[in-house]
Design a protein around this ligand. Structure first.
Ligand code: CP
Ligand code: NVA
Length: 302
């Protein structure tokens, strides 16, 4: 049987995704009661990170520790990948020593190569193409605050980036409308748009995207790897800041989410991200619970 990995939300069926969200909520409750479930005893996880991270690293390491397992973190300069050892050889070696790999990288094909050569499950901790673990936590957060997201309207305002791509997959899997407002040259990937066309609408008008939305999303205008374009992007994205007037266009009880790290005064105002509609801290916390459910699931199906 081929190994099941988690490189994107479409590695799950709709029912598996719903099951994961429910399980994440249950695992959160167990932790709150001081009784975290010990499903990782004797298991070792390797984290291979070729880019910076605060939330992804800490949430994975904490969830593995809370579940009785142990983790080994290899940052950008710490493995031989940075000195030219192949991804395939790395995958084969890790498969003989660990039970799971979590990889954060740039080009998505590096993750695919890791998954192809590994005989243990590989989890995508972010690539330039997508960030599915983030959306597991975001979907859990919406469910906790507002119930089922199916049939709702969600607005994405800003860069059509990796986080946006994973939200597009979520819209297709769970059946909600995602209206994406970006400058023309920063629209999401064309193949993704085609694949998710029944649930995704593109516009260049942030107010059109936000109109009556139940959830407003944004992310940094300059993702990791685009730092040198930051100044130009500030100009291009002027007008795409999620501010109080955009939130007024949305539904009265709309939520605001941001995967973080956030840059106040750029993609979002301080008033919105620190305001009453923002659930960004729940979103960040839920990385812990959602990824715990994901690891438990992968260990049960593999
Ligand atoms: N949201 C998120 O993935 O944050 P980090 O880059 O800090 O891991
Ligand atoms: N789009 C951002 C997400 C960071 C969690 C980036 O790739 O840098």
């Amino acid at each position: 049987m081929p190994v099941r990995h988690f490189l994107g939300l479409d590695d799950l069926s709709e029912s598996e995704l719903r099951q994961l969200m429910a399980r994440a909520i249950a695992l959160k409750a167990s932790l709150r009661k001081g009784k975290p479930e010990q499903f990782m005893q004797g298991k070792t996880v390797t984290l291979i990170f070729e880019k910076s991270s605060t939330r992804t690293r800490v949430s994975f390491e904490a969830c593995i520790a809370q579940s009785g397992g142990s983790s080994i973190f290899l940052g950008p300069a710490e493995s031989h990948l940075s000195r030219g050892e192949s991804i395939e050889d790395t995958a084969r070696v890790l498969s003989r020593m660990a039970d799971l790999v979590i990889m954060r990288t740039g080009p998505h094909e590096r993750l695919e190569r890791m998954a192809e050569a590994a005989s243990i499950p590989v989890i995508n901790g972010l690539s330039d193409f997508n960030h599915p673990c983030q959306i597991l936590a975001d979907l859990q957060t919406f469910l906790e605050h507002r119930g089922d997201i199916s049939g709702r309207k969600v607005a994405w305002i800003g860069d059509g980036n990796n986080v946006c791509h994973s939200w597009m997959n979520a819209a297709r899997l769970l059946g909600f409308d995602l209206c994406i407002a970006t400058p023309k040259q920063h629209a999401p990937d064309k193949e993704m748009v085609l694949r998710c066309r029944h649930h995704v609408i593109l516009t260049q008008n942030p107010n059109e995207a936000a109109c009556d939305a139940d959830l407003v999303l944004t992310d940094t205008w300059s993702s990791m790897g685009h730092e040198q374009e930051a100044e130009t992007r500030k100009e291009t994205f002027r007008g795409y800041c999620v501010d109080e007037s955009i939130m007024e266009t949305a539904a009265r009880d709309a939520l605001f989410m941001h995967c973080l790290p956030a840059y106040r005064g750029h993609e979002v105002t301080k008033g919105v991200i620190d305001g009453p509609q923002s659930v960004v801290w729940d979103e960040a916390e839920n990385r812990l619970h959602a990824q715990k459910a994901l690891i438990e699931f992968l260990m049960s199906v593999n």
